[in-house]
Design a protein. Structure first.
Length: 227
């Protein structure tokens, strides 16, 4: 059963909590929140999975009494995006160093909890074990159709040291969340026009085509690897 926490009973009498990331995460743990399922930013906390995070309304009330300037984002769409992203991040090796793309809020906020979940280190330069490829589902499907229409068949360009947090996430989901969160939307400018037109046609007859095209591509790739 959930309840309002008496934090003073769980910490020393003279303990104070600053606004540093370390103290915010420490406070969350004290009130019973699993920070492996919460994305930290200085201004907002984004709940990745409401059930696993245990970030109930009562815990939020307790948190906001200590940190009234930090918003807790309980966005259902964001949680769905996290679930889709997790499918392609499940194979990350613990304690890996991951190179992030520059100025990509979506990638940063999705990977931040993995510093606690898998103990990874996120860097913007220097040495790394893995590098983030920020390609999203729509761009990957566009790429697949483009190579087929050009007579090249499906090109498999996946690299062993790359991870793809957004490859299962459609553009409309990302942009809908970014807009709700007050961020700039992603605009695709370099996709193949013929492939884009075909995708617009498919959108009207089979809205789930993107996921199916990606699944088919992965299936063919695995079959070719076996041979």
């Amino acid at each position: 059963m959930d309840f309002i926490f008496d934090v003073s009973a769980l910490s020393s009498d003279d303990e104070e909590f600053s606004t540093s990331k370390k103290d915010v995460l420490k406070y969350l743990k004290i009130i019973g929140v699993d920070t492996r399922y919460v994305s930290y930013t200085p201004e907002k906390l984004y709940i990745n999975n409401l059930r696993f995070s245990k970030f109930s309304r009562k815990r939020q009330e307790t948190f906001n009494r200590q940190y009234g300037d930090i918003e807790v984002v309980r966005n259902t769409l964001f949680q769905k995006i996290c679930a889709k992203a997790a499918k392609s991040l499940a194979d990350i090796e613990p304690n890996s160093t991951i190179l992030l793309p520059k100025d990509n809020f979506m990638v940063n906020v999705l990977l931040e909890p993995y510093t606690r979940k898998y103990g990874v280190k996120l860097v913007n330069d220097g040495k790394y074990d893995l590098v983030v490829n920020p390609i999203i589902l729509d761009d990957k499907v566009n790429q697949i159709f483009s190579t087929i229409f050009k007579g090249n068949g499906i090109e498999f360009d996946k690299k062993d040291n790359e991870i793809y947090p957004l490859i299962n996430v459609p553009l409309d989901s990302i942009n809908s969340f970014l807009e709700m969160d007050g961020k700039s939307k992603i605009i695709n400018e370099n996709n193949d026009e013929l492939a884009s037109s075909f995708m617009e046609f498919l959108e009207g007859v089979a809205p789930q085509y993107r996921e199916n095209v990606l699944k088919a591509s992965k299936y063919i790739e695995k079959k070719l690897e076996v041979k």
